[in-house]
Write a protein that binds this ligand. Structure first.
Ligand SMILES: Cc1cc2nc3c(=O)[nH]c(=O)nc-3n(C[C@H](O)[C@H](O)[C@H](O)COP(=O)(O)OP(=O)(O)OC[C@H]3O[C@@H](n4cnc5c(N)ncnc54)[C@H](O)[C@@H]3O)c2cc1C
Length: 434
């Protein structure tokens, strides 16, 4: 790649990955991160020896993030969640969670007719062609494909846990089903030490490749030339201006719109973005009251609880690190701490006496923008290139046509690398043709 001066605005996992890929390709890269820490939402906090991700984080082994990290030489260690110990949660009580042929037949959460319908659907899941489903809502697809409420509740819960999204009216069926296909193809990895180990690894690669990482450096605006048609650099909150041939904006749609004030297209995208949100409770327990109960998935409500330390190193010896969450969506914009405690009462009765550390968040942004059916699904998300400004790019879990969550962030980082490589070739082509 032709050496280019690139400013990356945002030092989350997406921005850092873009920086590592571009710096390795020969660009002169500077990352500007407004907070004191790198990592954004992929940060992990240590509390009394427990490693708390910002809500439950799972890396899809068949997803783009895994692929791009592997390309960079980052091989995360950890464990795949154990299927034994998994339960369905209905009316505050645990039931067998259908996860395969045997549990599907023995569970009491489905009627006999639904068992057959769901079994048929799941058996053919990998072969569903999701491409024509971009403009169909997840709700509509579920109602078309499953005739009974109990079957829709189960398959809906599986889509929710794969996509984090509870807003089935907004979510494109293409995106929801692709997530479920991705999750079932190769399961997920709970990462040893938490996701900050991924951030640290990519940060190291950035530094080795010569990228500069500036912390507490808020970019106030992208500086443009030629009447706003071409990038010239970035202006920081301290007033300094730094020249760049390309700027990669790696924050939320609102962050991006704020960097180019007066840009009607970016402002509209920010207004229209529908975030995925969740309420989260992290728990560090001295021991598990019920070591055989490791996972609960709500079927009659958007609940999730999982003992992440059963598969990854996230707790001190003998202790347990548990993530509890409520998927939010639509009018449901936050949850009470008591409602998440109640999920734990069902999964691990007696847990309250074992609490060493806890952290509750009533509402977190899981993804800055879900792939909406009204926009045609994944291909309707904003592109990596800002089409009307030469040299301006964006990266994030709301950008590009591939994946959701961190998969979209890292896929868009890779797409920026491709776009810049392509751009580097263009003048040569023009010269050759002249
Ligand atoms: C509760 C929860 C659970 C999740 N679970 C999963 C999961 O299981 N699997 C999965 O794949 N993903 C999951 N995610 C999503 C995943 O964490 C994100 O998709 C990913 O971390 C996004 O990275 P990013 O770099 O694109 O954005 P961010 O992490 O949001 O980083 C953006 C960065 O840009 C900085 N910034 C913005 N504007 C400026 C500016 N003007 N100047 C300087 N800096 C700026 C911000 O400070 C921030 O650090 C989860 C997220 C949450 C919250």
């Amino acid at each position: 790649m032709q050496a280019k001066k690139v400013a990356v605005v945002g030092g989350g996992l997406g921005g850092l990955t873009a920086a590592a890929l571009l710096a390795r390709g020969g660009c002169e890269v500077t990352v500007y991160e407004r907070s004191k820490h790198l990592g954004g939402r992929a940060r992990t906090t240590e509390v009394d020896g427990f490693r708390f991700n910002l809500g439950p984080h799972a890396l899809y082994r068949a997803g783009a993030a895994f692929r791009v990290l592997e390309r960079l030489g980052v091989r995360p260690t950890g464990g795949v969640p154990n299927q034994t110990g998994s339960h369905a949660l209905v009316a505050g009580r645990l039931h067998t969670l259908p996860r395969g042929a045997v549990t599907l037949m023995t569970t009491d959460v489905l009627s006999v007719a639904s068992k057959l319908e769901v079994a048929k659907l799941l058996a053919g899941l990998a072969r569903i062609d999701t491409r024509p489903l971009g403009a169909m809502s997840m709700r509509e697809w579920l109602e078309t494909r499953l005739t009974r409420k109990d079957g829709r509740a189960l398959v809906g819960a599986l889509i929710r846990v794969s996509s984090y999204c509870a807003d089935f009216e907004a979510l494109s069926a293409e995106a929801g089903l692709k997530q479920l296909q991705c999750a079932t193809a190769a399961n997920v990895l709970y990462v040893d030490g938490g996701w900050s180990t991924l951030v640290d690894a990519v940060e190291r690669l950035c530094r080795e490749a010569g990228a500069r990482l500036e912390l507490s450096a808020r970019v106030e605006a992208v500086v443009l030339q030629e009447g706003g048609k071409r990038v010239e650099g970035v202006r920081l909150a301290d007033g300094t201006v730094h020249g760049a041939d390309a700027v990669v904006m790696a924050g939320s749609p609102a962050d991006v719109a704020a960097l180019v004030p007066g840009d009607a297209v970016l402002a509209r995208e920010a207004r229209e973005a529908v975030p995925i949100q969740a309420a989260t409770l992290e728990l560090g327990l001295s021991a598990l009251p019920r070591p055989d109960a490791l996972f609960a998935l709500g079927l009659d409500g958007p609940w999730y609880a999982s003992v992440h330390s059963a598969s990854a190193k996230l707790a001190p010896e003998g202790g347990a690190m548990v993530h509890v969450a409520k998927y939010l969506g639509g009018a449901d914009t936050e949850a009470s701490e008591a409602s998440l405690d109640a999920v734990m009462d069902a999964l691990q009765p007696g847990w309250r006496e074992k609490v060493v550390a806890r952290r509750f968040r009533p509402s977190l942004t899981v993804s800055a923008g879900l792939p909406r059916a009204t926009n045609g699904g994944l291909s309707g998300r904003p592109s990596v290139e800002v089409p009307h400004v030469s040299g301006l790019y964006r990266v994030g879990d709301w950008v590009g046509a591939e994946g959701m969550l961190a998969d979209a962030s890292l896929a868009s980082a890779e797409a920026v690398e491709r776009a810049l490589a392509q751009r580097a070739k263009e003048p040569q082509r023009r010269t050759a043709g002249a």
